[in-house]
Ligand binder design. Structure first.
Ligand code: PXP
Length: 242
């Protein structure tokens, strides 16, 4: 079994675009949990263009009564970010090497170039009892460096896989992911994955053994819109008498 952790950043982005509390993020979280989702992910960025710091506190508070649901906070380990993580103490913190103004995460850590920062931050998370994960490209060399900085898990950055899906390169690319995952498992690391996963490409990806968690946001929102559209339009047409 793989835990589905739904990234709710896009819902917050939709809310923020209108400047008032609609849609309500917590309503979505409530609905997701009622549907059986066991993981919620947020990626607070310094400009709060998606989830805000307040959202992180609110969701964390809401999940306190749900010990069966894992809260994952991902982001660049600035002191502000770490203060927030320490304050809400999520089940997992995923460290991502993104810049404040970056559109979305687009690469994994260079572990050796950032070893001293990562070692320090990962030790602080361990001391606080928060499981840690490092966003990584699908590279055996990168995975081999992870025990040295002492993270609990890796999150495989899956955009390359998603891009290769359905092309001639797919088998070669997924083999790199499988090899990185096998190395991580051999080293005793847990394995998460995320970015650009969707209903089409996920089944093939999950043939890789030992994937503990996938975090999915963008496609899940698009698919919900596309697949929910017919029912909603039917209701509007009925109301307008068309
Ligand atoms: N993992 C990380 C580290 C991310 O930054 C994101 C996007 O915020 C995801 C997973 C989820 O990617 P997507 O929105 O494409 O499903």
């Amino acid at each position: 079994m793989t835990v589905l952790s739904v990234n709710v950043n896009k819902i917050a982005l939709l809310r923020n675009s209108r400047g008032r509390d609609y849609p309500k993020l917590l309503k979505f979280v409530e609905q997701l949990l009622a549907l059986g989702v066991k993981g919620i992910t947020v990626h607070p960025r310094p400009d709060e263009r998606h989830v805000t710091r307040q959202d992180v506190y609110d969701i964390s508070q809401y999940l306190r009564s749900r010990s069966d649901v894992e809260f994952n906070i991902e982001g660049y380990p600035s002191e502000d970010f770490l203060d927030l993580v320490m304050a809400v103490s999520p089940a997992q913190c995923t460290l991502v090497p993104d810049q404040p103004d970056q559109l979305t995460s687009d690469h994994g850590w260079d572990v050796s170039a950032n070893a001293s920062q990562l070692t320090d931050v990962l030790a602080r998370l361990r001391k606080a009892g928060i499981r840690s994960s490092l966003f990584l490209n699908a590279s055996i060399t990168a995975v081999e460096l992870v025990p040295g900085v002492d993270a609990d898990r890796i999150e495989l950055y899956t955009e390359d896989y998603a891009r290769s899906f359905g092309t001639a390169a797919q088998d070669k690319v997924i083999a790199q992911y499988a090899a990185a995952a096998a190395k991580a498992h051999e080293l005793g690391l847990g394995i998460n994955a995320g970015h650009d996963l969707n209903l089409e490409n996920l089944p093939e990806f999950l043939k890789i053994p030992h994937i503990a968690e996938v975090s999915i946001g963008h496609a899940l929102v698009v698919e919900s819109l596309q697949q929910g559209l017919a029912g909603v339009i039917t209701q509007y047409l009925a109301i307008t008498g068309a």
